[in-house]
Design a protein around this ligand. Structure first.
Ligand code: UDP
Ligand code: MG
Length: 314
């Protein structure tokens, strides 16, 4: 029996890219006669014609499937929904903006058929503005530093993994999810191939500086206790220094010379102390907030409608 390849494609305001994307990918996929394919689109709450255009194509091609999320869940949520709805033996995740070219699909398939669980795409050269490149660089280096995940450098979006890997992925129940981190955390047998990059076909990137920073902060808090460790050490060092200073004052006063310490030293000590407390409590609160969010075990996404896919409660 032929193996099934699922393309998992999150879309968010991509009306300018959709037709070109479907055209290029189906052309490549139809050529690969050893495989069946499906393309699972996950609409992440676009309000433009993205959904309409996908439905138009899905009417003629049953292999095009669409999951519409009720509202914008962010890329991480959309990808998760896509993995849940793909039924392939292999799942290939790519963006519709054609930055990672569909002609690379056969190479990904060839590589995973060698027996890997995950094949990452690595960009030969990133086609992006220098500002975006700088953001990415800061983002990934901060991450590697703080999480210790050893995420490969120059990671492209495009990657392929098998059913076993996908099933494992679905066992991760956290809400604050950093997909690359989870992928590295699953581990299994992985390798990488270098792929060419193109410019975004049309439209603009949805990730501005603030969103990227939010992702980075999320990822750091999701995958490391480092902020906490840092704060604890900081607190300890300050306490030791304070104790030392106090000791110095006492010794000076008793054995060297008599002097008036005065209220400024008291006031500044109080201010510093309460500032520190607020800071520490704030950090602890971030973790408590995360525990609260996780403990609710909410469903990871909420779907408005599906196309060419069965409804569970129909
Ligand atoms: N995306 C999404 N939800 C969002 C933002 C983006 O599903 O809230 C999708 C978007 O449609 C695209 C992918 O995530 O398929 C990557 O977005 P984009 O190309 O804008 O980012 P960049 O390639 O510049 O990092
Ligand atoms: Mg892109």
């Amino acid at each position: 029996m032929k193996k099934l390849l699922s393309l998992v494609v999150p879309v968010y305001y991509e009306e300018e890219c959709i037709f070109q994307f479907i055209k290029e990918t189906t052309a490549v996929l139809e050529e690969m006669e050893q495989l069946d394919y499906e393309i699972v689109f996950i609409d992440d709450g676009s309000k433009d014609r993205t959904v309409e255009l996908i439905k138009e194509k899905a009417a003629d091609n049953q292999r095009l499937k669409l999951v519409e999320l009720s509202y914008n869940h962010g890329k991480q949520g959309a990808v998760t929904a896509g993995i849940h709805h793909a039924s392939g033996d292999y799942l290939l995740y790519m963006d519709p903006d054609l930055q990672d070219p569909p002609k690379e699909i056969p190479r990904f398939v060839a590589e995973i058929e060698k027996g890997y669980d995950l094949v990452f795409g690595i960009r030969a050269e990133k086609m992006d503005t220098w500002l975006n490149k700088l953001f990415s660089k800061i983002f990934w280096s901060t991450l590697n530093r703080f999480t210790g995940l050893e995420i490969p450098k120059g990671l492209a979006v495009m990657r392929i993994f098998n059913r076993k890997f996908a099933n494992k992925f679905m066992e991760y129940r956290e809400h604050n999810r950093f997909i690359e981190g989870i992928f590295m955390h699953i581990g299994m047998k992985r390798t990488q191939i270098t792929i060419q990059q193109r410019e975004r076909f049309a439209g603009v990137s949805k990730f501005n500086f603030t969103r990227k920073m939010q992702l980075a902060i999320n990822a750091i808090f999701d995958f490391s206790q480092l902020p906490l460790v840092f704060v604890v050490r900081f607190g300890l060092i300050l306490a030791v220094l304070g104790f030392g200073a106090l000791l110095a004052i006492i010794i000076t006063k008793l054995f060297i010379m008599d002097f008036q310490a005065g209220w400024p030293s008291i006031v500044s000590t109080i201010i510093m102390g309460s500032g520190l407390q607020i800071f520490f409590i704030g950090i602890a609160a971030i973790y408590i907030g995360k525990i609260y969010a996780e403990s609710k075990h909410r469903p990871l996404y909420s779907i408005r409608e599906k196309t060419n896919l069965e409804e569970e409660n129909a």
